[in-house]
Design a protein around this ligand. Sequence first.
Ligand SMILES: [Zn+2]
Length: 136
Amino acid sequence: MMNWNWPDNKRIALLLSFDIDAETLWLTRNDINERHLVHMSRGLYATKQGLPRILKMLEEEGLKATFFTTAYTAEIHPEIIQYIAAQGHEIGYHGYLHEVKDTYEEENALMDKVDAIFRKLTGKRPVGVRMPDGIV
Ligand SMILES: [Zn+2]
């Protein structure tokens, strides 16, 4: 059995991550969703109600997390993404519009586009990646 210790004699390591899909999850599921206020309000709920609760909990517990978000979400809610980054949390790649590309070249071009948007907002290059829909 391997004998290994976490730094500072901690007993466990915990990785917290959240997806901020917001409206993009609905925009990419069905063409009519853009005009479907119930679906769009579900997406908006995440940024207006769910996310502040998560951020408050993390602050109270002194925890940092990774927030995977789409660049579209970052563009329409820049103050949210800037706030999260300023709190010391990581902003990770989750596509531009929660889409999945078919080729390496297409995905790489999309990552470059997202990288530029995130760098402009946070000053940092996104390092963590969570592919939309869990497709690798
Ligand atoms: Zn997602």
